[in-house]
Design a protein around this ligand. Structure first.
Ligand SMILES: C[S@@+](CC[C@H](N)C(=O)[O-])C[C@H]1O[C@@H](n2cnc3c(N)ncnc32)[C@H](O)[C@@H]1O
Length: 355
């Protein structure tokens, strides 16, 4: 048997990397705890404070808070000053972890992460059997986390950038259009559109009944329930109401049969209607996605998107990193002939499809 020479420097470098993986994995839950207990928000003014002060401000126990702060300092999330024994959350980090209204808000991401990884045992089984795990089977933190983290992008880009990037859609929405938001989850995208375009009417559809119940409450709270209706319906079965715009926000790749969804979208649209498809940023080739964004998306895709699709009929399992070429194939297979990338962000691809 040939002996393989091992480069010890590389071994040591890898051990350091793997240890840092363990720290990051544990910190996902620590970030979630900090988010839930308001620890980051209490540090949101970027002023140095002691563990005792933070514990007092948040009505928590100092011993736990000190340990948590040290973990945050070791991970570079807060800065520790040994001379004063104080910790600071830099302003540039506070916009991500302490301010839910910020366009950079990311705390919800960790609500999704910690909810997703609860499915570890089921997923281990699914790897063996090839079976699926439905979206609705996950811990409820997932639905709230997704709403929060996608919310930052939708509030920033949906009305300001994505709608104007579509051909003629903004004018139509202003004049009064009929819109379907398919796979709408908690309905944030539907409600944001309804608030921006008061002359239009909106229908949100999702197969997840609990999400639809939340979406209805959100529409009531936002005062748009007279023009926004949420119904439990699958992407290949919602009523065809001659829509001017059908929108799928981060949902197409989760579906078992995205081509059937495409065929249905085609038949639910007016002949001059538009299908807006928002999908996770991805290149066509695996090697295009071997970066921090692709890493997070492949991780979510393994836990959420791929098993969700496999739990439905056909089970095409596009995955979150399908990329433009594959998505184009699926959409055009549904009978839509014009397909183009209308715009993008570092995290999203925005496509326009027409008949
Ligand atoms: C990643 S979530 C996105 C939710 C929402 N659009 C958003 O952006 O926050 C995907 C959603 O698609 C829904 N979904 C999955 N398969 C579906 C299908 N075949 N028909 C309708 N909705 C579906 C799920 O229930 C889930 O709410």
């Amino acid at each position: 048997m040939a002996t393989q020479t091992i480069d010890e420097t590389k071994v040591e470098a890898f051990l350091e990397q793997i240890l840092s993986e363990a720290g990051a994995a544990l910190n996902a839950a620590l970030i979630r705890i900090g988010d839930e207990l308001g620890l980051y928000r209490a540090m949101g003014d970027a002023q140095p404070l002691t563990a005792a002060t933070l514990a007092r401000r948040t009505d928590t126990h100092e011993r736990y808070v000190r340990e948590w702060l040290n973990a945050q300092a070791a991970g570079g999330i807060v800065v520790y000053d040994p001379d004063t024994d104080r910790y600071t959350l830099p302003a540039e980090h506070a916009v991500s972890l302490a301010d839910e209204a910020s366009p950079f808000a990311m705390a919800g991401l960790f609500q999704s992460v910690t909810a997703a990884i609860r499915a570890e045992e089921r997923m281990t089984d699914a790897f063996r059997t090839g079976g699926g795990v439905g979206w609705h089977e996950h811990h409820h933190g997932l639905f709230h986390g997704v709403e929060r983290v996608f919310g930052a992008a939708y509030r920033t880009h949906l009305v300001n950038d994505w709608i104007p990037a579509l051909d003629g859609v903004e004018d139509r929405l202003r004049a009064g259009a009929r819109v379907a938001d398919v796979g709408c989850g908690h309905g944030l995208s539907t409600i944001l559109l309804a608030q921006a375009f008061p002359a239009s009417r909106f229908d949100g559809f999702d197969v997840h009944a609990d999400s639809i119940a939340v979406a209805r409450r959100r529409a009531e709270d936002a005062g748009v329930a007279d023009r926004v209706r949420f119904e439990v319906a699958a992407a290949d079965a919602y009523p065809r109401r001659d829509y001017d715009l059908v929108a799928f926000f981060d949902a197409l790749h989760d579906m078992g049969d995205p081509s059937a969804a495409a065929r249905h979208a085609r038949s639910a649209l007016r002949p001059d209607g538009t299908w807006l498809i928002v999908e996770p940023m991805a290149g066509d080739r695996v090697e295009d996605n071997l970066n921090p964004v692709g890493r997070a998306y492949y991780g979510f895709s393994t836990f959420l998107c791929t098993p969700a699709s496999l739990s439905q009929e056909v089970g095409l399992a596009l995955g979150a990193q399908a990329g433009e070429t594959r998505l184009r194939e699926v959409v055009t297979a549904g009978g839509l002939t014009r397909f183009r990338r209308a715009t993008e962000t570092p995290f999203n691809l925005i496509f326009e499809a027409r008949l």
